[in-house]
Design a protein around this ligand. Structure first.
Ligand SMILES: NC(=O)c1ccc[n+]([C@@H]2O[C@H](COP(=O)([O-])OP(=O)(O)OC[C@H]3O[C@@H](n4cnc5c(N)ncnc54)[C@H](OP(=O)(O)O)[C@@H]3O)[C@@H](O)[C@H]2O)c1
Length: 337
């Protein structure tokens, strides 16, 4: 790409459909991490530092304001602070109700918001993005890009290459989700717990049939893959593990697909790594989605594949995915999906 076409691509990307948001180019951009003291926010600060971002500001509640974190003084995320007009991009990880309240102020100040809560994920017109899967959609933003659920992100990373090759007929998934998926307080509870007391939990909102986490996995997977009628059935379970979500996935493809073909497709997929027997512990601290046990589904009548995946829920499941979205918007990385 020539300098001028790179510049115009960056301007086109950064402006989004509405053209109201014009952040400075990436190296000069001021990035606000809102929820910086949380499980996801702290990982986001570390990743931004590793990736060379220097103009980072940390925001949280009044409780944390004034404390030091990664060499930054935490500021209170007030509407005035977020709308003052000096932030180019904000990475929000503060929960759904707080995001509904604060994201609009950041947008008003001209920042682009990448929001990790479920506040905007299913809203029409707001892109829900996994860069490796539907990165181009990020470019359609009008101020907000939503970051999917920590179980949906790795699931769509493995479904995408299989869908592209053979179509998808049906997906079933069972999750094994780490305590950190429920935030830093939950991590502290697990650390303080006697391991002999460890148990499986289902700690999401229950509608009498499904947990909201299960409905989120289905709805978000459909939106990201742009397959609104895809049958998806999820069973979500919290396990006594600190970091790293795992999933067993049963995939029926529309066209025949052998396990060998699936393995080849997954090995070539971006940010997916085929490994022997990954676990949450081996995935923790890694950027890739680790996939293993790719085999024929002996219970499927047609073309069925079973696999097991593990992924760091705080990195690719949350902070890293959001930063990758930001980098698409800054045109730092080419958009391939
Ligand atoms: N954990 C994951 O694996 C994961 C994955 C994907 C998405 N998410 C989403 O990310 C969000 C945060 O998750 P987390 O796990 O990082 O939670 P967490 O550890 O509980 O941290 C919450 C953070 O939000 C801040 N906060 C809460 N209410 C706020 C408000 N009204 N104004 C400003 N800051 C506020 C807290 O600040 P104080 O420290 O000052 O209270 C803290 O920094 C949630 O929406 C969650 O669904 C999490």
């Amino acid at each position: 790409m020539t300098t001028s076409s790179a510049t115009s691509a960056r301007e086109g990307v950064a402006s989004g459909a509405g053209g109201r948001h014009n952040p400075r180019v990436e190296r000069d951009s001021v990035i606000g991490v809102v929820g910086a003291t949380g499980a996801v926010g702290q990982v986001a600060l570390g990743l931004l530092r590793e990736r060379g971002y220097r103009n980072v500001r940390a925001f949280a509640t009044a409780r944390s304001a004034g404390t030091e974190l990664n060499g930054l003084t935490v500021e209170e995320a007030t509407p005035d602070a977020l709308s003052a007009g000096d932030l180019d991009l904000c990475l929000f990880s503060i929960g759904t109700a707080a995001s509904r309240e604060l994201v609009p102020h950041a947008i008003r100040g001209g920042a682009i918001a990448v929001d990790k809560s479920s506040a905007y994920r299913l809203q029409d017109g707001i892109p829900l993005v996994v860069p490796e899967v539907n990165g181009k959609r990020a470019l359609e933003h009008d101020g907000i890009v939503a970051n999917p659920n920590c179980s949906t992100i790795p699931l769509t990373c493995v479904l995408k290459p299989l869908r592209d090759a053979a179509g998808l007929a049906r997906v079933r998934v069972s999750t094994y989700q780490a305590a950190s998926g429920a935030g830093s307080e939950r991590m502290e509870r697990l650390r303080a717990q006697d391991p002999a007391e460890g148990d499986l939990e289902m700690d999401w909102e229950f509608d009498g049939e499904e947990f909201d986490e299960e409905a989120k996995v289905r709805a978000e997977t459909r939106k990201i893959l742009e397959l609104p009628a895809l049958p998806v059935s999820a069973t979500c379970v919290r396990v006594p593990v600190l970091v790293g979500h795992a999933e067993s996935v049963w995939i029926e493809t529309a066209e025949p697909l052998s396990p060998e073909q699936a393995r080849r497709l997954l090995a070539a997929a971006p940010d997916v790594r085929v490994e022997d027997f990954p676990t949450p512990r081996t995935a923790a601290g890694e950027d890739d989605v680790l996939v293993s046990r790719i085999r024929a589904d002996r219970a499927a009548e047609g073309s069925g594949i079973v696999l097991f995946l593990a992924c760091d829920n705080l990195r690719k499941g949350a902070a890293l995915n959001a930063i990758q979205i930001a980098e698409l918007l800054f045109a730092r990385r080419p958009v391939t999906a």
